[in-house]
Design a protein around this ligand. Structure first.
Ligand SMILES: [Zn+2]
Length: 164
């Protein structure tokens, strides 16, 4: 293979790569358009910032739990690390479950923006149901249940949750 041929082959690969990259960029652009359209209903959470905001309070909660369980002396001598770890993990899950159980129903009380009531299938304006519907999800921290107003599209004969 001559250098010219090699260069040509590399050029072809480069072009193919560029096409691939461009397609990825297009996909991201489409994705960001979607985000823009839903700007008023969906905002990405800044997880590290939010966690920093409660880190000290959580340390206090953990201290409180240790005090409650064993007092100043801490766990009795000979308590295995593995058992303490199991306890810590289970308590962490309960905290997460409580956080979802309290945050999700609170959010469901918020008034969704008008765009949230557009039918996801046909885009028509829909009506919100009078009575909130029961919802339940299995999460990493366990099941969470709450009630939330649903909307239904008369044309598509489909019900949906504006929060989705
Ligand atoms: Zn519809």
């Amino acid at each position: 293979m001559t250098e010219m041929q090699l260069g040509g082959a590399q050029g072809a690969v480069c072009q193919a790569d560029r096409r691939f990259v461009d397609r990825g960029r297009e996909a991201r652009k489409a994705e960001s358009h979607k985000e823009k359209k839903g700007d008023d209903m969906a905002q990405a959470l800044d997880l590290p910032k939010l966690i920093d905001e409660v880190r000290n309070a959580l340390a206090g909660t953990a201290k409180n739990a240790v005090q409650r369980l064993w007092g100043e002396a801490g766990p009795p001598w000979g308590t295995s690390f593995a058992e303490l770890e199991d306890l810590a993990v289970q308590i962490g899950r309960i905290l997460g479950q409580q956080l979802l159980a309290q945050a999700v129903p609170a959010q469901a009380q918020a008034t969704p923006p008008a765009t949230a009531f557009l039918c996801p299938t046909c885009g028509r304006v829909t009506a919100s149901a009078e009575q909130p519907e029961p919802r339940a999800l299995d999460t990493d921290t366990g099941p969470v249940a709450w009630r939330e107003p649903a909307a239904s599209c008369g044309s598509c004969r489909k019900a949906f949750f504006p929060s989705e």
